[in-house]
Ligand binder design. Structure first.
Ligand code: AFP
Length: 329
């Protein structure tokens, strides 16, 4: 409809974040500034990713290493934002600038993931500030660069999804108050690792394919880009799993990672990060996230580069996985 093209009551992400800020009378706006810079960083990456295929096609020298360039872009934005709020720095950000990058050459969805913590002692920022359990996060989100560019955000008050309107250059609220279905019809796992799975994981996947309770088998969907696999799980329901296996007892996915080198001094940035932000979003949307042993957000990282098995998604599906692990213990 023509009228829709000229709607003026759009909820932009900027307006949404400002509204959230006004709910807290003590908020000084630092988180708002930080989030708006993350949003800008994501727009930079979206535009770099859009050019990736083209750069390769026409063979632009130096333009093909999109991961490096996107990483640089988002790092630069974080740096800017760090400078801007240095006098009142309250937060540290952990992010994976371009997750699923092995998918980039074939044009499959990839994403940026971020999680935000409050700094304990503003005068003395240390590595400890990011070695906090996931449940201490104050906000988390991801941006998916796919057929559309979607940013999903939670500041601890539910989950909202925003889609980039390229003509406005603004993220518009398109998925308000996302709630994951209680149970889903999809499971998502790299089945190529099946020979090394532990028994509860193998049993769960077997049940997905050959349910004994008369229900229909679940469908398998696996993209290999966590942001895309988690995004689908959040909207359609089901489970995403990256379990432990004999080869990698801690799974593959990281929940904390090293500081980016050139930012170490200015700090507040911990790069690359998958498990915590996604677990935070899942819980905020009414789902669950489990490691095979405990609630994922209860994990306390002891070092950088830490990994964890992960089972996240619809409440009842994860409950079933928890039951299988409890039975084995
Ligand atoms: P890359 O960034 O190296 O492509 O890794 C992506 C990722 O960390 C995550 O996004 C996927 O869910 C997972 O790896 C896929 O791993 P497998 O290729 O082992 O299935």
């Amino acid at each position: 409809h023509e009228a829709d093209a000229y709607r003026t009551d759009l909820m932009t992400i900027t307006r949404y974040v400002l509204n959230e800020q006004s709910r807290n009378p003590e908020a000084r706006g630092d988180l708002t500034i930080l989030l708006s810079h993350i949003v800008l960083g994501c727009k930079f990456v979206a535009s770099a990713v859009n050019k990736a295929g083209l750069a390769k096609l026409i063979g632009l020298a130096g333009e093909t290493n999109v991961q490096a360039s996107a990483h640089w872009h988002i790092s630069a934005i974080f740096l800017l934002c760090e400078i801007e709020i240095r006098s009142s720095v309250e937060y540290c950000v952990c992010f994976d600038p371009l997750d699923g990058s092995s998918n980039i050459d074939c044009g499959v969805s990839i994403g940026t993931i971020f999680g935000i913590y409050m700094i304990k002692d503003k005068e003395n920022v240390t590595l400890e500030d990011v070695l906090q359990p996931g449940k201490s996060m104050v906000a988390a989100g991801y941006c998916m660069y796919g057929s559309s560019c979607t940013l999903v955000l939670s500041t601890g008050n539910g989950v909202n999804g925003f889609t980039l309107d390229p003509s406005l250059g603004e993220f518009i609220l398109t998925h308000p108050d996302i709630k994951i279905p209680k149970k889903g019809k999809i499971y998502s796992v790299n089945e190529g690792n099946a020979k090394n799975w532990d028994e509860p994981t193998a049993k769960f996947v077997e049940k997905c394919k050959f349910p004994k309770d008369g229900s229909s088998p679940k469908s398998l969907r696996y993209i290999g880009s966590m942001v895309a696999d988690v995004h689908r799980t959040l909207l359609y329901g089901g489970v995403f799993l990256y379990p432990a296996d004999k080869k990698s007892p801690n799974g593959k996915l990281r929940y904390t990672y090293a500081y980016s080198q050139h930012l170490t001094l200015l700090m507040k940035l911990c790069v690359l990060y998958e498990v915590f932000p996604m677990s935070f979003l899942m819980e905020q949307a009414g789902g669950q996230s489990f490691t095979g042993k405990e609630r994922a957000l209860d994990l306390v990282p002891t070092k950088i580069h830490e990994r964890s098995p992960i089972f996240l998604g619809s409440y009842e599906d994860v409950e079933e996985i928890k039951g299988l692990y409890a039975a084995q213990a």
